[in-house]
Design a protein around this ligand. Structure first.
Ligand SMILES: CC/C=C\C=C\CC(=O)SCCNC(=O)CCNC(=O)[C@H](O)C(C)(C)COP(=O)(O)OP(=O)(O)OC[C@H]1O[C@@H](n2cnc3c(N)ncnc32)[C@H](O)[C@@H]1OP(=O)(O)O
Length: 271
């Protein structure tokens, strides 16, 4: 990816602007500000494609996701587009056929949003303004979440008559420590502030210099943290052993191992 305001190989996207503010960093902006960056089906399909492309792009070492405009990171599911789509898919008179069509849509949405979690590069999600519903599903797929002081969070789904189904209920309890708080915000859909999000650990402070660490080490850390979240300690340690037995052979490890003692700042090849 070349350093520019809009990288040519990412210009095919209608709803996302992908730029390279500095070498190795991709900035992905959800770009539908007039509709508060709401996600219609074509938006979520593009979201999945963007993150698959970034995952495979060796020039990218870290990804920052934000929403365009002053008002919103995203107001969530495009409720106008979705009501038409769900009505259409529910038109068959047979319940099993209706359910099958709807299941495919929900699974497609989960896979597209999950592409961000699967992306092999660290993803930093920067939230601001309205951050409702899908915003939380997306944020829970990020490695690091930071937000502006004006952020209005809501796990909004119960307000539109559904249980959240794109990842919040599966991932949020693993992101924050308090099940009581998770159930509170998920069952009430009440808004919570940036300060509250910080106090429960949903967002954290800004970390600098993310692009300078070894990509072998950073991408390995992401893989092992996600694995550790979903598996027991014994399995995770075993997987870590196998993973690192390959990666300690990397030249990145050779360069970095004594860098503290030697007061050197090694640079690393892209991965
Ligand atoms: C299979 C199911 C999968 C996924 C499920 C996901 C769950 C969710 O994401 S639940 C959350 C759904 N979102 C909402 O219910 C929010 C709806 N919007 C609002 O309540 C308000 O817009 C607001 C966020 C409180 C902001 O209000 P305000 O500041 O007054 O702005 P508006 O004038 O209302 O909005 C500006 C513009 O954007 C359009 N818009 C806003 N949100 C959505 C949305 N979610 N879907 C579609 N369009 C949205 C709004 O209609 C306005 O458009 P105009 O063309 O200017 O009228």
């Amino acid at each position: 990816m070349s350093t520019s305001s809009a990288s040519p190989e990412y210009q095919k996207y209608k709803h996302f602007v992908v730029s390279a503010p500095s070498a190795g960093v991709a900035h992905v902006e959800i770009n539908r500000p007039k509709k508060l960056n709401a996600f219609a089906r074509d938006v979520w399909l593009e979201f999945g494609a963007v993150f698959e492309q970034l995952s495979a792009d060796a020039d990218v070492r870290a990804v920052v996701l934000s929403g365009a405009g002053d008002k919103a990171f995203t107001a969530g599911l495009d409720v106008v587009d979705s009501s038409a789509m769900f009505e259409q898919k529910g038109m068959s008179r047979d319940v099993a056929r209706r359910a099958k069509a709807l299941r495919a849509t929900i699974e497609e949405f989960q896979v597209c949003v999950g592409a961000m979690e699967k992306c092999e590069k660290p993803v930093i999600c920067v939230l601001h303004g309205v951050s409702f519903g899908l915003a939380i599903d997306i944020a829970t797929c990020a490695d690091i979440r930071i937000c502006a002081a004006n952020t209005r969070f809501s796990v909004k789904e119960v307000d539109i008559g559904i249980a959240a189904d794109v990842g919040t209920l599966a991932r949020l309890p693993k992101v924050v420590g308090s099940t009581s708080w998770v159930k509170d915000v998920c069952m009430s859909a009440r808004e919570f502030s940036a300060q509250e999000a910080l106090s429960v650990g949903f967002v954290s402070a800004v970390h600098e210099d993310k692009g300078k660490a070894s990509p072998v080490a950073v991408q390995g850390t992401k893989e092992l943290l996600n694995y550790g979240r979903d598996h027991g300690t014994v399995d995770s340690l075993r997987y870590t052993t196998i993973w690192n037995s390959a990666n300690v052979q990397s030249e990145d490890f050779q360069k970095a191992l004594l860098s503290g003692l030697k007061r050197t700042k090694p640079t690393f090849e892209k991965l």
